[in-house]
Ligand binder design. Structure first.
Ligand SMILES: CC(C)(COP(=O)(O)OP(=O)(O)OC[C@H]1O[C@@H](n2cnc3c(N)ncnc32)[C@H](O)[C@@H]1OP(=O)(O)O)[C@@H](O)C(=O)NCCC(=O)NCCS
Length: 171
C-alpha cells in the first residue's frame, strides 16, 4: 500500500532509500529535511504503509536564459531571464520502480506547478536529467531539450495546462 504524495515531514523514514543513484539517495537522506525547512527546495514524498519513503521529488524556483529556452518556453518579447520551476530531484526506490510511482510523482509535480503559477509566474518546468535513461523518461511526457545545455529539459506550463484540460496548445 502506498500513501498519497505528501510534503516531507518528521514522521517519514528516509534511511535505506536506494534509487540506484547515490547522489539522489544522499540528497534525500542527508539534505532534503534541511532544504525543505529552510525554503531552499520543497520535497514531496510517497511513503509505504510504514511511512518509509519509496519515492520523492524536490522543487524550487529557477531561471533559464532566453537564448537557451526552446520554442514554446520563450515567446516574442520574452525577458532575458525566464522564470521556471526547477525539478531539482526525482527518484523512486529500486524495489518500487516500474509500478507507476515515477509517473505519479511527475503528475504531482505538474499539478503543483500549475497551482503555483497562478500566483507566481513560471513559464516552464525545467529538469537536469542525470543520464540517457532519465532523458527517455522525461521525453515521454513532452519535455524538450534546452539549446546548448546538455541534458537540460523543459516542459512549458501552457502545455501542462493543456494536457490536463484536453486542449491542444497549438490549435
Ligand atoms: C526514472 C524513474 C524516476 C522512473 O520511475 P518508475 O516508477 O520506475 O516509472 P513508472 O513505473 O512510473 O513508469 C512510467 C512510464 O515511464 C516509462 N519509463 C520508466 N523509465 C523509463 C526510462 N528510463 N525511459 C523511458 N521510459 C521510461 C515506463 O515504461 C512507464 O511507461 P507506461 O506508462 O507506458 O507504462 C526511476 O526509474 C528512477 O528513479 N530511476 C533512478 C533515478 C533517476 O534516474 N531519476 C531521474 C533523475 S533526473
Amino acid at each position: 500500500m502506498y500513501r498519497r504524495p505528501a510534503p516531507l515531514a518528521d514522521r517519514h523514514i528516509l534511511d535505506g532509500f536506494d534509487s540506484g543513484r547515490p547522489s539522489l539517495d544522499a540528497f534525500l537522506v542527508d539534505m532534503a529535511r534541511f532544504n525543505h525547512q529552510q525554503g531552499y527546495a520543497r520535497t514531496t514524498v510517497i511513503a509505504d504503509g510504514d511511512l518509509r519513503v519509496v519515492a520523492y521529488h524536490a522543487l524550487c524556483a529557477g531561471v533559464i536564459s532566453r537564448d537557451a529556452a526552446p520554442r514554446g518556453v520563450k515567446a516574442h518579447g520574452a525577458p532575458a531571464d525566464i522564470p521556471v520551476a526547477l525539478l531539482a530531484r526525482l527518484a523512486v526506490d529500486r524495489r518500487h520502480q516500474g509500478k507507476g510511482l515515477g509517473a505519479a510523482l511527475l503528475q504531482n509535480v505538474l499539478l503543483s506547478v500549475i497551482a503555483a503559477s497562478e500566483r507566481v509566474a513560471f513559464r516552464a518546468v525545467m529538469v537536469h536529467a542525470l543520464d540517457d535513461a532519465a532523458i527517455g523518461f522525461y521525453s515521454r511526457y513532452g519535455f524538450r531539450p534546452a539549446r546548448g545545455l546538455e541534458r537540460t529539459l523543459l516542459l512549458p506550463v501552457q502545455d501542462i495546462v493543456a494536457s490536463f484540460s484536453g486542449v491542444d496548445p497549438a490549435g
